[in-house]
Design a binder for this molecule. Structure first.
Ligand SMILES: CC(C)(COP(=O)(O)OP(=O)(O)OC[C@H]1O[C@@H](n2cnc3c(N)ncnc32)[C@H](O)[C@@H]1OP(=O)(O)O)[C@@H](O)C(=O)NCCC(=O)NCCS
Length: 196
């Protein structure tokens, strides 16, 4: 399939039981482990999410929604979203840049399936995800944060291609990457006008 054909067949689903094994196998991949949390707590939170978040979670207070990107019926990328609430504890640079016109979400992104790595899919996928999210999940979403580690220039590059702009740096204050210097990047979408 050409890259264009691959891109045209991308869609997104919330993570369900049927994706669990695939996602856990991605989290065990060296290219993911370099930049992605592979802790037991993260895996338990994914299971808690799959089970409908009826149980509480200590992992970032259970804020994450987990998504999988599909190409045809083949899962290829893993995406986390969380609403950024101005009343919660965030680094100053996050609070200073929260949307004043709509809702802000943070995104974490990784291509777990090595078959689809290095094929130019990262930036089109992120563009499509932001659009999908605003059109189908939350029409008030107009601001997306993404926060690549300073030592992940490949991620920074593809995020720029996807329309994320650099806001500045902060030190990760929580989680397994605590203390790491991290960029904060933002993508803005025009406010959506609902016709229905
Ligand atoms: C980061 C990631 C999403 C990028 O996806 P990918 O399939 O590897 O990248 P793509 O093929 O879409 O594009 C790579 C681009 O980065 C560029 N690139 C590669 N290494 C680079 C580097 N060290 N510095 C700057 N740019 C780099 C490539 O030249 C290419 O740019 P181009 O399209 O202008 O030629 C993917 O590698 C990944 O998921 N990695 C593991 C998890 C991860 O790092 N997630 C991000 C956490 S913030």
């Amino acid at each position: 399939m050409t890259t264009e054909n691959l891109i045209n067949s991308i869609y997104f689903e919330k993570v369900t039981q049927q994706h669990q094994e695939t996602i856990f196998s991605w989290l065990a991949e060296p290219h993911m482990q370099e930049f992605w949390d592979n802790s037991q707590e993260h895996k338990e939170d994914i299971i808690t999410f799959i089970n409908g978040r009826v149980a509480p979670s200590n992992y970032f207070n259970g804020i994450f929604t987990y998504w999988v990107g599909m190409i045809d019926n083949d899962p290829f990328c893993f995406i986390l979203t969380a609403e950024v609430d101005k009343n919660e504890d965030h680094p100053k640079i996050w609070l200073d840049n929260i949307s004043k016109t709509g809702t802000t979400y943070s995104i974490d992104f990784g291509i777990g399936n090595i078959k689809y790595l290095g094929k130019g899919l990262a930036s089109p996928t992120l563009k499509m995800f932001a659009k999908f999210f605003q059109e189908q999940i939350d029409s008030s979403a107009d601001t997306f944060f993404i926060d690549p580690a300073e030592h992940n220039p490949r991620a920074k590059h593809v995020y720029e291609q996807a329309g994320f702009k650099m806001l500045g740096d902060f030190k990760m204050d929580i989680g397994v990457f605590k203390g790491e210097q991290t960029h904060l990047m933002v993508k803005k979408l025009p406010k959506r006008i609902a016709y229905d």
